[in-house]
Design a protein around this ligand. Structure first.
Ligand code: NIG
Ligand code: FE
Length: 415
């Protein structure tokens, strides 16, 4: 099946074969009157419409279907490389308490926050957990996310963590999205281990990780390195064990306090370090030297009312920057990458071009999906969006209003 999408203003990041950083993050290829030839869901050619049509005639290629994009802007589907969207219940009363002045870590310390989501996952049936996660995933898809990472981490014991990962793989089978699963058993310390957190780390390393690895149901391992949660030493232990088991490494680093998580990410040569709101300069420099991607979550800063991550500094230092929602019931409840895009451009001073690369190509690199997604190149999946505007700037300009008019996954219209 060959489809030709024509009359499109195409904007796509340039894929140099590694996550672009510094000024290269601005490299966007544009075709003001562009076309995309799709063969069985995969891009076979992209270019200027006139030239592409000539080539089609020259090669006597038979096109089964032609789709007029009516001059709308066409960009790659968003890749959301950091979510906790597998959860059972919202935490609206906690949000109200935070608005009243309670802090996120205080709530967790008292057994709420992540620990209250752990209880609701335990109470939910598989059906409820699957239905909830599917509804978050479909909501993300409607906002233009075609590839999404999902973390476990509301289980905190072997059975429940494996159950969450099984639910995530079920969701992957029942929605059009590409789903990348991450094991995050080290997301919080269960209350019974509060006095002896190393005992819980033992269970993560000796009990959970080997089973996760032998079932092959996660591609990455993540850990919440934070004051009152996992220390640098405990995080290093979890990540070292994960590496032994062949998992890719991620770390929630310096979200509230600067413990040096960014430096640990560099030391372990993790694929990415997430959050980085409080990350120190020297550690960011080390991340740049090792090519560790900084996954920035502006909706978390928004929801926690914290200063945004120092993205300009990171780009100047050559840290490849990606953007994600962090979709979860506590610190950032949104499935919308356009919202993230708007925050990045308006509140973190990212250029539209930098934000586009961050929300697509660098996000794909952050979850090992760069060969299939993140840019519009021959050989990659035909995952793309049509926007109600002439350039991707519409996502920030038309604030709070959906600008994604159509979502295509593997060349099929899904929204
Ligand atoms: O990335 N910080 C740790 N984990 C999530 C929040 C999860 C939750 O509050 O349920 C985050 O902010
Ligand atoms: Fe997170």
């Amino acid at each position: 099946m060959k489809k030709l999408f024509y009359n499109a203003r195409i904007h796509t990041p340039e894929d140099p074969g590694h996550a672009p950083s510094g000024s290269a993050q601005k490299n966007i290829r544009q075709y003001p009157k562009g076309a995309l030839l799709v063969h069985n869901g995969v891009i076979s050619q992209i270019g200027n419409e006139e030239e592409l049509r000539k080539e089609i005639v020259r090669n006597e290629t038979i096109i089964d279907q032609e789709i007029d994009c009516s001059g709308r802007c066409l960009i790659p589907g968003f890749v959301d490389p950091h979510t906790h969207m597998c959860f059972a219940r919202r935490r609206e009363e906690e949000f109200a308490r935070r608005l009243g002045g309670a802090s996120y870590l205080e709530i967790l310390e008292k057994g709420g926050g992540i620990l209250s989501s752990v209880r609701s996952v335990q109470e939910a049936t598989d059906r409820e957990l699957i239905d909830n996660t599917v509804s978050h995933a479909l909501s993300a898809l409607s906002y233009g996310t075609t590839t999404v990472e999902m973390k476990s981490g509301y289980g905190l014991d072997a059975d429940q963590e494996l159950r969450m990962l099984a639910v995530i793989s079920q969701v992957a089978k029942t929605t059009p999205l590409t789903v990348v699963p991450t094991f995050m058993g080290a997301h919080a310390i269960p209350q019974e281990d509060k006095e002896n957190p190393d005992r819980f780390v033992d269970r993560v390393v000796r009990e959970m990780l080997p089973q996760v690895a032998s079932q092959g149901i996660a591609r990455f391992c993540d850990v919440f390195c934070e004051q009152g949660v996992f220390s640098i030493e405990q995080s290093r232990r979890v990540l070292a064990a994960a590496r032994e088991h062949g998992l890719g490494l991620k770390i929630h680093a310096d979200e509230v306090h600067d413990l040096g998580g960014a430096g640990l990410a560099a030391e372990m040569e993790a694929t990415s370090a997430e959050h980085l709101l409080a990350a120190g300069e020297e550690n960011l420099r080390q991340m740049a030297a090792k090519g560790v991607i900084g996954v920035i979550l502006p909706a978390t800063a928004y929801s926690l009312k914290k200063p945004y991550a120092p993205v300009r500094k990171m780009i100047e230092m050559d840290v490849p920057v990606a953007l994600a929602t962090d979709c979860n019931p506590g610190s950032s409840y949104t499935e919308s990458m356009p919202f993230i895009f708007g925050l990045a451009v308006m509140n973190m001073d990212m250029d539209v071009e930098e934000a586009l690369t961050a929300a697509t190509l660098n996000a794909a690199y952050a979850i090992g999906e760069e060969r299939r997604s993140g840019s519009l190149d021959a050989g990659k999946n035909a995952d793309f969006l049509l926007l109600d505007g002439a350039t991707p700037a519409i996502l920030a300009y038309h604030a709070g209003v959906p600008s994604v008019q159509a979502v295509y996954k593997l060349g099929e219209r899904v929204v």
